[in-house]
Design a protein around this ligand. Sequence first.
Ligand code: COA
Length: 194
Amino acid sequence: MRPSPRACSMAEFRHATQRLTLRDWREEDWPQFWEGTNTPDVMRWLGGVCDEPKRLAAQDRLESYRADHGHTFWAVERKSDGAILGFCGLKRSNQAGGPMGMMEVGWRLRQDAWGQGYAREAAQASLDLAFESFGAGEVIALTVERNVPSWGLMIRLGMERREDLDFANDDFDPENSIIIVYSIDRVQWAAQRG
Ligand SMILES: CC(C)(COP(=O)(O)OP(=O)(O)OC[C@H]1O[C@@H](n2cnc3c(N)ncnc32)[C@H](O)[C@@H]1OP(=O)(O)O)[C@@H](O)C(=O)NCCC(=O)NCCS
């Protein structure tokens, strides 16, 4: 087990929704997370299946976001059976070539959890947390044009297309390097939450 001293000193973050818990990562989550999500279909628009160095680097990034900002792309645990479905949550945008340091919502669920509204439930909770608990004025989300399920979710969340923030990065779709951006600001979020 690799030590994560910065994470040890903080109380665990947990946030419950109707069917899910968003929470800090535990060392024992990672094998289950990768087993479920490190597949060609899940990773299709994320640079493909990760080898071990990439997996460890991704884990370190998610732990460091938590340590640096108090939030990360949290583990998504299903309440009914404790299964780790994937991640969803908040980080600060840091993709090469794109807007830096903006609040960003993101998601990745194992395939057998798609099509049940879990991603939307976790993502809506993440937006609520961004505005209610983490002081965001605006939240962005990034994907590629061909990742229709991902930008479909952005639209379902009430986010709007922000072509002015698009940028080029060919890590995700080798045939189209444009990363497309959506956003929602506090006023839009409050109007939508009624
Ligand atoms: C992007 C991703 C998270 C979207 O997941 P999803 O399950 O399609 O999204 P939602 O949670 O909004 O679910 C919507 C679907 O659930 C259905 N659904 C079933 N029960 C539901 C409920 N109780 N509430 C809401 N929707 C429900 C909806 O009808 C919809 O089905 P449809 O797609 O057939 O129209 C998923 O495709 C994924 O993990 N992809 C791989 C990783 C990835 O690319 N991440 C994004 C990188 S930018």
